[in-house]
Design a protein around this ligand. Structure first.
Ligand code: B12
Length: 256
């Protein structure tokens, strides 16, 4: 069964796949894995190499590479889940690459499930100094999605070796010094810089709009700021910084 799933996933063009038992999923801030699928026994993590075009000097091209990855990952996750249902009569729960997640006042900006912890449990990498998962072949340039299932799958061996080379380039290249504290990204700093057109900016814009005169309101709606907010609302995450990923030298030549 394991081999059939691996072959199916790799034949879709997914770059790597790992397996873990439900009990191996550990994250104190996450919901319990059985909240997503009460019969959960195992989970499968798919790894997607980030396109080299994500390092384009053109911001729109770089972001488009991530959007391509997101669209493809969604399709691959759905196809894999359907394969498990059809072939093995399995129950499945697909967990998103990024959004949606529950919006709650008591867990602001925290997703329901951690793809990074799932990837590590499934033997797909180890945490680096930038708090991202470093894959043995693709380094930092990799994203993950998980599929939880009631199938009993043999877990992949975990990676014991530290894959981060501790060069500190990610720390030094972070424009807002969000990685100074080892093991903890300063989320507020990273968010403000990497996603400057997210909810906080939206609220600030509309607060200013509400207090403005009709003429000022017209100007605000014609502004570049509003244009970027409007676009972000359509495309979802409008990332403007990729420095911690781009500066990582681990696995730079893999799969390019
Ligand atoms: C929210 C989120 C962010 C937030 C917060 C990041 C963080 N350190 O938690 C922001 C917008 C800042 C962000 C930035 C980035 N992210 Co991000 N992000 C996520 C997302 C959607 C959810 C993370 C989460 O809440 N997990 C669930 C909780 C239970 O587990 P946790 O991760 O251990 O918990 C963290 C959060 O709770 C967070 N947190 C705590 N309090 C608060 C408060 C607020 C307001 C926020 C926003 C977060 C937050 O801090 C915890 C410890 O890190 C995941 C996808 C996923 N579902 O895992 C991708 C994910 C972690 N991100 C990813 C990537 C690639 C990035 C960026 C490179 C994107 C970019 N272009 O800039 C940067 C890297 C920043 C860094 N070096 O840390 C990848 C990582 C891949 C890898 N190789 O490891 C993931 C796994 C997406 C994916 N499916 O592949 N991200």
């Amino acid at each position: 069964m394991q081999q059939a799933i691996r072959e199916f996933v790799l034949n879709l063009g997914v770059d790597d796949v790992g397996f873990a038992r439900a009990g191996d999923y550990q994250n104190p801030k996450s919901y319990e894995i059985r909240q997503f699928l009460p019969e959960a026994e195992s989970f499968i993590v798919l790894a997607f190499k980030v396109l080299s075009s994500c390092e384009s000097p053109s911001w729109s091209v770089a972001l488009n590479g991530y959007m391509d990855l997101g669209a493809y990952a969604r399709e691959a996750s759905y196809k894999t889940a359907r394969f498990l249902e059809n072939r093995f009569n399995a129950k499945v729960a697909t967990v998103p690459l990024s959004y949606p997640f529950e919006v709650r006042h008591d867990r602001r900006g925290i997703a329901d499930f951690s793809q990074r912890h799932a990837a590590i449990a499934a033997g797909l990498g180890t945490f680096g100094r930038h708090n991202l998962v470093v894959h043995p072949r693709f380094g930092t340039r990799v994203n993950f999605v998980s599929i939880i299932t009631d199938l009993e799958l043999e877990p992949s061996p975990k990676i014991e070796q530290d894959l981060c080379i501790h060069c500190n380039l990610c720390v030094n290249n972070c424009p807002v010094k969000a990685l100074e504290q080892e093991g903890k990204t300063n989320v507020a700093k990273c968010l403000k810089n990497a996603l400057p057109y997210s909810l906080g900016t939206d609220i600030a814009f509309w607060t200013e709009f509400g207090a403005a005169s009709p003429e000022e309101q017209k100007e605000l709606l014609r502004s570049e700021r509003y244009g970027r907010l409007h676009q972000a609302a359509h495309i979802g995450n409008q990332y403007m910084c990729f420095n911690c990923v781009k500066s990582c030298p681990v696995g730079v030549t893999a799969g390019q």
